[in-house]
Design a protein around this ligand. Structure first.
Ligand code: ADP
Length: 378
């Protein structure tokens, strides 16, 4: 009997679960949005993840349903679970990754440290919050944002007028989220996994560097992290994954404030860009761990295998066409760099791959990773 995992979404996260599944002897199937997606290497169906009949038919042939993204509607997820399908993470947990306002409410109830925030339904309410927070704040669309889209720094309520109009009449809620503008030293991410029977395991906290709202570089573990920082970040991850009943891998994006606090920015309930370093720098990669977790198998060791791992994203474009020559030059420039290609057509700004370099000395590892990544810059 071979265990079968069904992944909804055919992007690079599903694709990178494939080698882990092969090694574990697990069969993986993908419900892709279109032909020719990143995860087309796996047995696949093509269909609309918003359509219950499509997802239910896909689920009929697998032992567990999991995801490459968080966009499957709650109604579809709840219909699946009530008909007995194992869905991990389940709808009850996933709602907190799908809606940032619900996340803030739930984390507040859990006592998790987070920025000051409020739900606001009109400009007057937003202005009250801004006035109480030095005249500025960060307004967020509760649903559908990614890579910084749906996040706006404002210094007056009128700057969010179009967003109030956009959520007016939304059956899922007509409020926007506003947060204090956090004075952060750097951004961190805590990756953690939990299986349905309750076992939890976290990797060391990492530093993430965003450029234009997109993750560009990850340093693992977070440089200059004290034992205390590693411990507190790990405890935050463990408390959230258990408190929210998350199953599978979850990433907690954190701000390290200039006065040494850790505040939760947001949650991703799936393997995450901040965890790609684990493919080459940890005993168990986030993709293997996700499969183990959603199948309720014992978790693997989440420890690092080298003192340092640096991950750099490769963004496609501006030129169109195959990246082969650039991959070859990166390979020859830094032979110990591990190159991960998502098999996507390059488009400006699109994530098409990443590079991991591991080693003993952070400066050397960073230099090598940047040299390999430079082969992709035009
Ligand atoms: P997305 O869901 O699009 O990734 P995030 O909520 O992670 O959006 O916000 C994107 C970026 O905006 C963050 O990585 C951070 O740099 C900045 N940001 C978000 N919230 C705040 C905040 N409250 N204070 C300061 N910067 C913020």
């Amino acid at each position: 009997m071979v265990l079968r995992v069904g992944v909804v979404g055919g992007g690079q996260l599903a694709r990178m679960m494939i080698p882990a599944a092969v090694n574990l002897g697990i069969e993986i199937r993908v419900l892709a949005e279109a032909e020719g997606m990143s995860a087309a290497l796996a047995a696949r169906s093509v269909g609309d993840y918003r359509d219950l009949a499509t997802v239910a038919a896909f689920a009929a042939d697998v032992d567990v349903i999991t995801f490459d993204h968080e966009h499957v509607p709650q109604a579809v997820l709840r219909a699946l679970t009530s008909s007995g399908v194992a869905v991990h993470p389940g709808p009850e947990a996933l709602q907190f990754a799908q809606d940032k306002l619900r996340m803030r409410e739930r984390l507040a109830a859990l006592g998790t440290p987070q920025p000051d925030w409020a739900a606001v339904t009109n400009e007057a309410e937003l202005q009250v919050f801004l006035d109480a927070h030095g005249g500025r704040g960060v307004v967020k669309m509760p649903r559908g944002g990614y890579d910084g889209k749906g996040v706006r720094i404002v210094s007056g309520a009128a700057e969010a007028a179009d967003w109030f109009a956009a959520v007016a009449g939304d059956p899922a809620g007509n409020a926007l989220l506003v947060e204090e503008l956090v004075d952060f030293r750097r951004e961190l991410a805590q990756l953690v996994a939990r299986r349905p029977s309750g076992e939890v395991g976290h990797w060391p906290v990492v530093e993430t560097v965003q450029i234009d709202g997109v993750c560009a570089e990850v340093f693992a573990p977070a440089p200059k992290a004290s034992a205390r920082l590693l411990e507190v970040a790990g405890e935050i991850g463990d408390a959230i994954v258990s408190g929210l009943g998350v199953t599978g891998v979850m990433a907690v994006e954190l701000f390290e404030t200039s006065d040494d606090r850790l505040l939760v920015n947001e949650l991703a309930m799936r393997p995450h860009n901040s965890g790609h370093w684990t493919q080459d720098g940890a005993v168990t990669s986030q993709f293997e761990q996700h499969l183990r977790a959603v199948l309720d198998l014992p978790l693997g060791d989440a420890g690092a295998t080298a003192p340092w791992t640096v991950m750099m994203n490769i963004l496609g474009g501006p030129s169109e066409g195959p990246l082969d020559a650039r991959y070859v030059s990166a390979m020859s420039a830094v032979p110990h760099a591990k190159i991960h290609n998502y098999g996507k057509d390059p488009r400006p700004g699109r994530k098409v791959g990443h590079i991991n370099v591991t080693g003993e000395v952070l400066d050397d590892v960073t230099y090598d990773a940047r040299e390999a990544a430079a082969a992709f810059q035009d």
